[in-house]
Design a protein around this ligand. Structure first.
Ligand code: SF4
Length: 488
């Protein structure tokens, strides 16, 4: 599908909403070539008022919309925000009537809908007014509106309980036993990188010590810890014990309220490693089946069975973790709504405290030769998410954090579900950007959050483990600069 912009260059806004509404479209910024589908977005401004006229032809039917908004006296950032919204709403007006089912997030494309709820309530809107705006201005479905409002409430409670100077800590282990077919992270399979693990653990322990010294200097405590990956349980029990011992010695954990280790792949989990993780202080562990369908597991390159998941779950229970999370993915290759439902039923029968339902991103432009297949997959994912919502609600879980996939077809969401009182503070803090998070490890993104202004600054460590090994001094300086800039 060709699209053209006149009087503005808000390509990102136009593409984001087009792709969300038309996941099978192959977008090209090019003039009308006479094909069945085309979209024109034209901006004019007069007397401080902007008007975006959108003309869209879909399957030979043409629709038009004019959206207007005041931009007088606005700074560049605010003006761009208003114009982007007009562009998206114009596309929505002209595309949505052609769709079989209305998109659940309507014209909303942001990654953090609950954060948008909070910014609206901070501007003085009541919860009811915010929900009404979600539904009436952005055409968000009642279910997704309720989801965003509920997750915003959890974030609000988390903020109220926070000491502004305290931070959370992320520690990354970028190794996995093998690579999953859908993986988009920088993670090395141990078959190829086993020799890198010992020096990586050495470098990581050194970074943990440096970070602890920096935090001690600034009088900052650690509120929550998340050791993620990759697959942290690729490390041996001894390596895990060493790393967690280093964390315990280096940081002020007097305010620690949650400590998670992502055990991830069941094929890496042993009772010895779980015991080491418990002894190291973690109380929450994540065991991630993704699916309980063995055929799908084989297809996506996971070298474990559904039974391995069940075994790992019972071992984690026996080890005494107070919260177990289990991750699933809707939309895996070869999965169907029926087998996804079976996965969720088997997981809720195990009764973990947390279940996270991710959506596989159907990447922009992926599989363009099979548009019908892409659209069918999109419909199947929609069914899976509907089932997850109903089933998990009935099983006593509620949604507590949420984020959406950026620039992916369909623009669905990932949702963390929890039994009452078992929500993960770290997940809320990270997704809602309510607290400074320091990262250790290759590719770690440290984010300093200024709650008063909403400003967020980042420092990213070198991405690849090999590069990371020799970057200790550079990383320490980068994190020091990041934290110190926030000091008066
Ligand atoms: S376990 Fe996760 S990080 Fe590792 S290869 Fe699979 S998807 Fe990627």
């Amino acid at each position: 599908m060709n699209y053209q912009l006149l009087g503005h260059d808000l390509r990102h806004a136009a593409e984001e909403i087009l792709l969300q509404l038309l996941p099978a479209a192959a977008l090209r910024d090019a003039p009308d070539d006479g094909a069945d589908d085309f979209c024109l977005s034209a901006l004019t401004e007069r007397d401080g008022e902007a008007a975006v006229r959108t003309t869209t032809r879909l399957s030979g039917t043409t629709r038009e919309s004019v959206r207007t908004g005041k931009v007088e006296g606005m700074n560049e950032m605010a003006r761009k925000r208003v114009l982007s919204e007009l562009v998206k709403l114009g596309v929505y007006d002209t595309v949505a009537p052609a769709l079989d089912t209305p998109p659940v997030w309507g014209a909303l494309t942001g990654v953090r809908p609950a954060k948008l709820v909070r910014s609206m309530t901070a501007r003085g809107l009541s919860r009811g007014e915010t929900a009404a705006r979600f539904r009436e201005r952005y055409f968000v479905s009642p279910t997704r509106t309720a989801l965003a409002v509920r997750c915003a409430a959890y974030a609000g409670q988390a903020i109220d309980s926070l000491n502004e100077r305290d931070v959370s800590l992320y520690v990354g282990i970028p190794f996995c036993p093998s690579r999953c077919a859908y993986c988009s992270f920088v993670s090395s399979s141990i078959e190829r990188s086993a020799a890198l693990i010992p020096p990586y653990v050495d470098a990581l322990c050194a970074e943990v010590r440096d970070t602890g010294a920096l935090l001690a200097e600034q009088g900052r405590r650690v509120t929550s810890i998340y050791i993620g990956g990759g697959t942290p349980t690729t490390l041996s029990a001894e390596q895990l014990a060493r790393l967690m011992g280093e964390i315990a010695r280096s940081m002020d954990l007097s305010a620690l309220r949650e400590y998670t280790v992502e055990a991830g792949r069941p094929d890496t989990i042993t009772p010895e490693k779980l015991a080491a993780i418990r002894a190291g202080g973690a109380d929450r562990v994540s065991i991630n089946p993704q699916t309980m369908n063995d055929e799908v597991l084989a297809r996506i390159g996971r070298r474990h069975s559904a039974e391995d998941v069940v075994r790992a779950y019972h071992e984690a229970r026996a080890a005494g973790f107070s919260v177990i999370n289990m991750d699933t993915i809707a939309g895996l290759d070869g999965d169907t709504p029926a087998s996804f439902a079976e996965t969720l039923c088997r997981l809720t029968a195990l009764d973990p405290e947390n279940i996270t339902v991710h959506t596989l991103a159907i990447k922009r432009g992926a599989d363009l030769s099979d548009k019908a297949g892409n659209a069918a997959r999109h419909d199947a994912v929609a069914q899976m998410l509907d089932f997850a919502h109903d089933h998990l609600s009935r099983a006593g879980y509620g949604p507590y954090y949420l984020y959406r996939q950026k620039f992916s077809a369909g623009g669905f969401e990932n949702v963390g579900w929890c039994k009452p009182g078992t929500e993960s503070f770290y997940n809320i803090a990270m997704m809602e950007e309510i607290q400074t998070i320091l990262s250790c490890g290759a590719g770690g993104v440290s984010k300093r959050v200024d709650r008063a202004t909403g400003r967020i600054d980042r420092y990213t460590a070198p991405k690849y483990p090999r590069e990371y090994l020799s970057a200790g001094a550079r990383i320490a300086a980068g994190k020091r600069k990041l934290l110190s800039e926030g000091e008066a």
